[in-house]
Design a binder for this molecule. Structure first.
Ligand code: COA
Length: 184
């Protein structure tokens, strides 16, 4: 009985969302409007105690910061981090290396958007550069009371990379929703 009511509720919500979308006058933004690159030299205070590797939590903080700016550039309104997907640290980052964090909005849903961040490091003496990690974050646009509001649309992706990221973001979104439904 309860399951039937929940199903009907979900159907009604879907219909309301469809009608809302038809009359939706949200502005549209290009991916390039939210893209940015942040540079940071890894300093001793960024490292783990007792070794010269940068602390993972510090890298996450930098990722959240750059992704937050990207989300803000897309929305031009208050945003909050709702979640950060699993993060793999592929290589250690050493003190003295240049960290290069590139962020952009990959996809926009109703009140949420996915921001992707790529972390690269450059050895400033040799010029060697490699990717050390990637992260995908979900941000929400919120009003002054912290209530979610609609995010501006994303114009159809232009470049091959933007198109690939857009498609992959859809798949990740599906997984996130399934996971939340399963695990709560
Ligand atoms: C994020 C927050 C605003 C969500 O509020 P909510 O009322 O639970 O949101 P809803 O269930 O109505 O969902 C609204 C949207 O957010 C998305 N969402 C909600 N929680 C999410 C999560 N954990 N991960 C990904 N997306 C999420 C939903 O999918 C929905 O997206 P859509 O409109 O694009 O389909 C609320 O949980 C919050 O304020 N969290 C604290 C955020 C914060 O302070 N972050 C900084 C870290 S200290």
């Amino acid at each position: 009985m309860n399951k039937t009511i929940i199903k009907i509720d979900k159907t009604i919500i879907k219909i309301i969302k469809k009608v809302n979308n038809m009359t939706d006058s949200r502005p549209s933004k290009f991916v390039k409007e939210s893209s940015l690159i942040n540079y940071k030299i890894a300093m001793p205070e960024d490292s783990n105690p007792g070794n010269e590797n940068v602390n993972g939590g510090r890298v996450l903080q930098l990722i959240d910061n750059v992704a937050g700016i990207s989300a803000l550039r897309h929305c031009r309104t208050r945003t909050v981090t709702a979640s950060i997907d699993k993060m793999d640290f592929i290589y250690p980052i050493k003190v003295g290396e240049l960290m290069i964090l590139s962020a952009s909005v990959n996809h926009v849903f109703g009140q949420s958007m996915e921001v992707g961040v790529r972390v690269e490091v450059e050895n400033l003496r040799t010029g060697d550069r490699h990717t050390t990690g990637k992260a995908y974050l979900t941000f929400l646009a919120v009003d002054q009371e912290g209530q979610p509001i609609k995010v501006p649309f994303l114009v159809e992706p232009e470049t091959e990379t933007e198109k690939r990221r857009y498609k992959e973001a859809e798949a990740r979104r599906k997984l996130r929703l399934e996971q939340r439904e399963l695990l709560g």
